[in-house]
Design a protein around this ligand. Structure first.
Ligand code: ARG
Length: 461
């Protein structure tokens, strides 16, 4: 069949320039939407039959043709033709080839504008669910690692300076808490976009007596979109899902950055499994954290995907404009990239060996007891600002003398206004941690509770 004539119809007297055909075509990337396009066409055909626009026999032939096409695509035998521009025209043209003139009835009461809008929403529903599953796998890996390391202590950091002791489990659960919100953001986006645009036609609906709700239900949508212009022109539901991907990537990048730091010889807090690392082509001793580095690096790409579509959409008059064809590649890239990052990170965490001794060593230096000493002075009646000043002066002196807080003599503790025995017991890492029993804090009981809660909400989802 002559693709050009088929797609653009009688208005055209000449075929497009070769470069125009290539520049205009989207089939190279939108053939990925074939499963959604077939699902949409089936639902549309069934609806056309039920309102009397197709006979039962015509419907059967169309469904048979669509099934044959699905088989060809799955078998890799379908001949995609750039001259037919996109996935929609390719499938429709093949349908006509297979079932004859009745194939030309499928596009009754439908435009590629509402068709592509429908396909993409179906795609987002599926890919969003996959992202939530990948988020869940990573969350599970973090919760398991937390449960296995409840009694491992390490410095918590601010400004990448040792600050106060925390439990490793608490640190891992901090990342889990964020991932839980990431999943919520994807879920919110899915809920809002769950409306069928089909029946909006090119921009203003259709005069045919179609049943939009029926087609929507067949495809699994909650309901139908409420404004035909908006339905074919809006891409904010793609932006929402890509924003959720971007935010998730940013958080994932922070976890990745920590793994890069922690697996360095300088920190030594974690050993990454060989299966999740790579070597150097020149330096035989190297074992590099390429997976977290790539995850960190791909963040820019996911954010770029969001920006690419936001900019493409921002100056478009209603309704459909061809600029909108630029929506698919960034969307595909954002969901694919984030899903890979999540899956690689889940494996990295599940196989990582955390190093409690290195963490314990890091706890010994850095005056992590300073806040605790100030808090002890507060408990004995000193105003906090005064206590802060007193301990600051003490730390300054100890730094100059190359000593640490646990080195303080009985006399020095007393001069500070504290009983030596009690103070020494309270500045142990474990004791400092166990003193923090508030909700959300690091005491053992709270962390066990948090592990339980994280696990439960993951199961409940
Ligand atoms: N391939 C097109 C896209 O992705 C489908 C819609 C084409 N509509 C049109 N009026 N040319 O945007």
């Amino acid at each position: 069949m002559d693709g050009t004539q088929y797609s653009w119809g009688g208005r055209f007297s000449s075929a497009p320039e070769a470069i125009v055909q290539r520049f205009n075509a989207s089939v190279a990337f939108d053939q990925r939407l074939a499963p959604q396009d077939l699902a949409g066409s089936r639902a549309h055909a069934r609806m056309l039959e039920s309102v009397g626009l197709l006979s039962a026999e015509e419907l059967a032939r169309l469904l048979g043709g669509l099934e044959a096409i699905e088989g060809e695509i799955k078998a890799g035998q379908f001949q995609w033709d750039e001259a037919l521009e996109d996935v929609h025209m390719n499938i429709e043209a093949r349908l006509v080839e297979l079932v004859g003139p009745v194939g030309k009835k499928l596009h009754t009461a439908r435009s590629r504008n509402d068709q592509v809008a429908t396909d993409v929403r179906l795609f987002i529903a599926e890919e969003g669910a996959r992202l939530i599953a990948s988020l869940a796998r990573l969350r599970r890996a973090l919760i398991d690692a937390a449960a296995a390391h409840v009694d491992v202590l390490l410095p918590g950091y601010t400004h990448l300076q040792r600050a106060q002791p925390v439990r490793l489990a608490h640190h891992l659960l901090a990342h889990e808490a964020r991932l839980q919100r990431d999943a919520g953001r994807v879920r919110d986006a899915l809920r809002r976009q769950n409306q069928s645009p089909l029946g909006s036609g090119a921009l203003s609906g259709t005069p045919h007596p179609i049943d939009r709700q029926q087609a929507a239900k067949t495809m699994g949508f909650d309901t139908v979109t409420s404004n035909s212009l908006d339905a074919v022109a809006a891409r904010d539901h793609l932006l929402e899902v890509m924003a959720a991907c971007s935010i998730a990537s940013v958080g994932l990048s922070r976890l990745a950055e920590e793994l890069v730091l922690w697996s360095s010889q300088e920190f030594g807090f974690v050993r990454l499994a060989d299966a999740y690392c790579t070597g150097s082509s020149m330096m035989p001793q190297k074992k590099n954290p390429d997976m977290p580095e790539l995850i960190r690096g791909k963040t820019g790409r996911v954010l770029g995907d969001f920006v690419a579509l936001a900019v493409a959409e921002k100056a478009l008059p209603l309704a459909y404009n061809k600029d909108l064809q630029e929506d698919k590649e960034p969307l595909f890239d954002a969901v694919d990239t984030l899903r890979d990052c999540l899956d690689v990170m889940a494996g990295t965490i599940a196989t990582a060996q955390f190093q409690p001794e290195a963490m314990a060593e890091a706890l010994a230096d850095g005056f992590l007891e300073a806040t605790e000493v100030a808090d002890l002075l507060v408990a004995s009646g000193l105003p906090f600002r005064e206590a802060h000043h007193r301990v600051g002066t003490l730390v300054g002196r100890l730094v100059a003398e190359n000593r640490r807080i646990p080195d303080l003599s009985d006399g020095e503790w007393q001069a500070l206004g504290l009983a030596p025995e009690t103070a020494r017991a309270r500045v142990q890492a474990e004791a400092m941690i166990e003193a923090k029993t508030q909700v959300g804090a690091v005491a053992r009981g709270r962390v066990l509770e948090a592990i339980e809660q994280a696990s439960q909400s993951l199961e409940a989802e």
